[in-house]
Design a protein around this ligand. Sequence first.
Ligand SMILES: [Zn+2]
Length: 342
Amino acid sequence: MVSVYVFNREGRLVGPVQSPKVVKTDAEWQKQLTPKQYEIARAKGTEPAFCGLLLNNKEAGVYSCICCGLPLFSSDSKFHSGTGWPSFFQPIARENVVEQVDKSHGMVRTEVLCARCGGHLGHVFEDGPKPTGLRFCLNSESIKFTPATDLAQLADPAAEATAPKQTASAVFAGGCFWCTEAVFEDLKGVMSVESGYSGGTAETAKYKIVCTGVTGHAEAIRITYDPSIISYDQLLDVFFAAHDPTQLNGQGADIGTQYRSAIFYADEKQKEAAERKIRDLTQSHAYPKPIVTTLEPLRAFYPAEDYHQDYAELHPEQPYIACHALPNAAKVRERFAGLYKK
Ligand SMILES: [Zn+2]
């Protein structure tokens, strides 16, 4: 691995990030590059002075490695040196180029190479302008120019690791939270699932009080997920498949308003998505009876006592889990296999 700066999908330079070294055989490079590019970038050749296509390029943008695409120099540091080769006073990031002593042709020079693939770029001399006093003397054939308006095209997979993960959350109630929690664990894009209570007040958000069925609370789960991987709509599909939305104030033998089927929407978008889903399921006669799932504005979610968290996972032998929660979760996993991690 090398530690380098790369462009992200927004066309912004980010780093340092870890990127694997690019290693290829000569035959592979020959296949990828033109003969001229290969001769210079891989066989350490030098193009004739005043012939390079990028020598007089004055456009704003970035020069990247012809071999591996690593950004190397910015137009901001390009200057007219009069030597006949594109010249820069500094690289786009110190990490992106490496230097090594070159004693070829009876001279002692400092060769400049791409840090990621070892591609030969040119040499660096100490007769450059301020502020560095350096002159990076490059071959046009070793670099590729991308205009400043198109930098997103240089987006590198290594930048993804630095992108802050998007998170969103969904709160559903579909009967006993041990069961619903088990269904949503292991979905791709789901970061966490918590069991808890929603619909009532903070004072009554305790298991023993919620069991009385008069607190307004429902046993609920809060799903934290990455909406770029799984959508709220897909979570709704899993939710409806995971329980019986036609049973009023209960699930199977669990009876009481605390076991009601409910969607606690956080905003208008979630509310509309839930309404649309119920309409679609109703119109397609997905259930023999009407859907009674309530749509309730999310005021708060109160995480349940620790011993309720990951209950099915931690107590697979418990009869209720073994006979009910796990078979139900398995059924949903089978139906939506593509949405689950392997
Ligand atoms: Zn390279």
